[in-house]
Design a protein around this ligand. Structure first.
Ligand code: UT7
Length: 321
């Protein structure tokens, strides 16, 4: 028994921001950003929220799967940038789409969040708790990014992706691996709220995301290939069996490096980061949805999904679509 992705959806804010619009905010250039990251532009919220983008992506995933909201049993929202602490994003999605029979909660594993949520849904189905789930990855990181820090503001974009999954008797997810290394969490951290109460003195806090880009880069290059090999080992598949490696869209050079280390042709590593930048937990489901709608994913194909990010966290799964 396993779960299979039956429908996909995605949503992006209306406002597109080209690299040249960031030049001027910080000391950078369109050429540098393209060359060092592969990013040409991204979508930035001018009012869309994590929940509104997620709900739109979920509606599209349900429509794609041919399902009614009332049939959904579990809603998981992966995000590290909710606008408010309560209610959680998943409950807002539930209300917006009218999925009154679903239980709903959020998960935060930063850029690995979608994969961790997919793994949770898989475990819930395997445990017999539910038979289907709607999983969204959604971020509005633009409010946590320091628009005066050229090391981070060039990278991130806002958006959401969602998948509807169902219990299946064969195929679907074949192997899953996840890792977390809190010891090294400091290399990508921040985006906090100040401690304000009558007893706390003045506290230091980091309102924006701070990143040691080189460390994160090195972590991804080292850890993702190992994690992918582990997931393949669990699934009984080999690198050569995989039609598409759908990786977290952080930096073109990271994806190129991973393809080399795995010994797999770069043509099997689809990318959309040129158009949308790094959308954190939304990146994998957003890319899956675009690939599906372009007709590049068909039933029976073998896929690897792999993400990495703050935590530090990393995960991979191998599946038959
Ligand atoms: O979702 C997971 C989250 N994050 C990531 O995956 C990020 C992973 N890391 C990266 O993608 C890359 O490390 C960055 C794109 C963030 C930076 O690229 P890099 O090639 O690693 O640059 P660097 O940090 O090694 O810096 C090289 C130079 C430095 O100047 P000096 O010291 O050589 O004079 C930087 O100050 O490039 C400079 N620099 C920039 N120059 C123009 C850094 N950012 C910029 C910029 N424009 N935006």
């Amino acid at each position: 028994m396993s779960i299979r992705i039956v429908g996909t959806g995605s949503a992006l804010p209306k406002r597109r921001v080209e690299n040249r619009e960031i030049v001027g905010l910080v000391d950078t250039s369109d050429a540098w950003i393209r060359e060092r990251t592969g990013i040409a532009g991204r979508y930035i919220s001018t009012g869309e929220t994590v929940a509104s983008l997620a709900a739109q992506a979920c509606r599209r995933a349900l429509e794609d799967a041919g399902k009614q909201a009332g049939e959904v049993e579990l809603i998981l929202a992966a995000t590290c940038s909710p606008e408010e602490a309560a209610p959680c994003v998943a409950c807002r999605i539930q209300k917006d789409i009218g999925a009154g029979n679903a239980v709903a909660f959020d998960l935060n594993a930063a850029c690995s969040g979608f994969l961790f949520a997919l793994h949770t849904a898989w475990a819930y189905v395997e445990a017999g708790i539910c038979k289907n789930a709607l999983i969204a990855g959604s971020e509005v990181l633009s409010k946590l990014v320091d628009w005066e820090d050229r090391g981070t503001c060039i990278l991130f974009g806002d958006g959401a992706g969602a998948v509807y999954v169902e219990k299946c008797e064969s195929g679907g997810i074949l192997g899953f691996v996840m890792h977390a290394d809190g010891q090294r969490g400091g290399v990508l951290a921040g985006g906090g709220r100040q401690l304000i109460n009558p007893w706390a003195g003045r506290q230091d806090f980091r309102p924006f995301l701070e990143m040691d880009g080189r460390e994160v880069f090195a972590f991804a290059l080292r850890q993702v290939p190992v994690t992918v090999e582990e997931a393949l080992g669990k699934s009984g598949l080999a690198t050569g069996d995989i039609d598409l490696f759908v990786l977290h869209q952080a930096n073109r050079r990271i994806i190129e490096g991973i393809s080399k280390r795995l010994g797999a042709d770069l043509a099997r590593f689809p990318m959309n980061l040129e158009q949308v930048g790094n959308t954190s937990s939304a990146a994998i489901p957003l890319l899956l949805d675009q690939l599906r709608r372009q007709g590049r994913i068909e039933r029976g194909m073998h896929l690897v999904l792999s993400g990495f990010g703050a935590g530090l966290t990393c995960g991979a799964c191998a599946m038959e679509w």
